[in-house]
Design a protein around this ligand. Structure first.
Ligand code: CMX
Length: 430
């Protein structure tokens, strides 16, 4: 069979990236790019340059880039185009896009046993557990694992992982749609429609709204959450797991488990909960003073303000702005959207002065706006929001792992030390 354009594109990209690495190594393999201080090893390695990720880059002051494209310039694309960009470094032409979309359509059917597994879970199981488990339950289908067991050259790993990636991605709209129907609907699954694209199918299989605005929101949602460089909890987890040559089913499931934490992907469900609480307490149009008091109460009780702050960003997240622009056009009158906008005008100023300026970034991240838009179209079950985030983020996990394998990257194994080791080291300095 001929190589697909996606596969050819990845192969070429690996050659380009390898040549860049050869130049880097020739210029100075031993050059120091980052120093590590004690605060960093105890502080979540914040600011430590210790990884390379060629799918995307987060600039603290201008946000997410995929290749040279800023968030603003890629936010009108389809998720399939974004996966192509993440993994090949280029957008597909019309023919390559159609070819990839056909492949996704052909591989969309989900094995029946997945539904048996998901339907057997307790009714209050979190949808993120269902998504992670749904993918893990298909691990036996891994093309990489079967080929590896027969014997595989290291240079061929990525090609088999690409097969796994396309199989997983193809099934995600159906899997997420099915989880929504089982967990929050009547359990009846809506069939895949091969006339629709990847995000269109997800919008369709949720069965929430036929509004064209909803399908466009799901498209935007799946584009904006696709990747956020290599060091965030979920991407890093997925990469570490895959670096042990655990296949992509294991690696994707592991990454999703990290995404399910409230300081990471789960923050978007917490944001809507927060907005609904405000709505219930103060009505649809709270005055700013009441909001200020509410936020101070939340902070004083030891909680974080969901949707605000970021480990890398130091400005308003451009993904937040893309969602806000969508809201201005499509959901202007929605109470949740109005409250989310009002929070934007109140929270940063409070966080700037909170804990003597300790909050590194008082500005909103992507999660501060997305939930209010979903709510506007009738996705009211905020436990589900991180699943949508996850469907999108799997593109990043897959692209990062495929490229890392293509570049022959080794198992990840940084060195850890003990308090005693650190104390000895300090003593030696005295
Ligand atoms: N509300 C209240 N306090 C906050 C805060 C917020 N939104 N953001 C940061 N802080 C506090 C931290 O809790 C920390 O306090 P302590 O030292 O007392 O523990 C202090 O400010 C310094 O933290 P930081 O350096 O600014 O932030 P971190 O890099 O440690 O953490 C993040 C980043 C995102 C976990 C944090 O800002 C946060 O908890 N935000 C709310 C949750 C959220 O929106 N998460 C989604 C992030 C996007 C994603 O990854 O998906």
């Amino acid at each position: 069979m001929d190589m697909s354009d996606l596969k050819k594109g990845i192969q070429n990209h690996i050659i380009e990236l390898q040549s860049e690495i050869d130049t880097i190594f020739a210029k100075g393999r031993d050059s120091v790019v980052s120093e590590v201080n004690i605060g960093q090893i105890y502080g979540g390695m914040r600011g430590l340059v210790a990884l390379v990720c060629n799918t995307s880059y987060v600039d603290p002051y201008s946000g997410l880039y995929i290749g040279e494209y800023t968030t603003e310039t890629f936010s009108n694309k389809l998720p399939e185009e974004i996966f192509f960009l993440l993994s090949t470094g280029k957008f597909p032409d019309t023919k390559s896009l159609a070819e990839f979309q056909n492949e996704l359509n052909e591989r969309a059917p989900i094995p029946e046993y997945v539904w048996d597994v998901l339907r057997d879970l307790p009714q209050d199981t979190h949808p993120m557990t269902m998504l992670s488990l749904g993918i893990l339950s298909m691990e036996n289908e891994s093309v990489f694992k079967k080929a590896y067991q027969k014997g595989l050259k290291k240079s061929e790993y990525w090609q088999y992982s690409l097969e796994d990636a396309i199989n997983i991605l193809a099934k995600l709209p159906g899997l997420a749609g099915g989880i929504y129907r089982i967990r929050f609907g009547d359990g009846h699954l809506i069939p895949h429609d091969s006339g629709l694209d990847w995000s269109g199918n997800l919008a369709h299989m949720l069965g929430v709204s036929d509004d064209a605005g909803f399908a466009d929101l799901i498209r935007l949602y799946l584009v904006l959450h696709c990747d956020h460089e290599g060091g965030n909890v979920s991407a890093f987890t997925s990469r570490v797991v895959n670096s042990a040559l655990s296949d992509l089913y294991y690696a994707v499931s592991a990454g999703l488990n990290g995404l399910a934490g409230p300081l990471h992907g789960l923050a978007n469900q917490e944001c809507l909960r927060f907005i609904l609480e405000i709505h219930e307490k103060y009505g649809a149009d709270p005055d700013e003073e009441a909001l200020r008091t509410h936020i101070l109460d939340v902070l004083n009780s030891g909680n974080v303000i969901p949707g605000y702050g970021h480990a890398v960003l130091r400005v308003t997240d451009p993904r937040f702005i893309a969602f806000m622009n969508f809201g201005e056009t499509n959901c202007e009158s929605s109470p949740c959207f109005k409250i989310a906008k009002k929070l934007f005008s109140v929270v940063p100023d409070i966080l700037m002065h909170y804990k003597e300026g300790k909050v590194a970034n008082p500005w909103p991240n992507v999660d501060a706006m997305s939930g209010s838009l979903l709510h506007h179209y009738g996705v009211n079950e905020f436990d589900f929001y991180t699943v949508l985030f996850g469907v999108s983020r799997v593109m990043g996990f897959c692209a990062q792992n495929i490229l890392a394998q293509g570049l022959g990257q080794p198992i990840i194994r940084p060195k850890s030390v003990t308090n005693k080791w650190v104390l000895e080291r300090l003593k030696a300095k005295d």
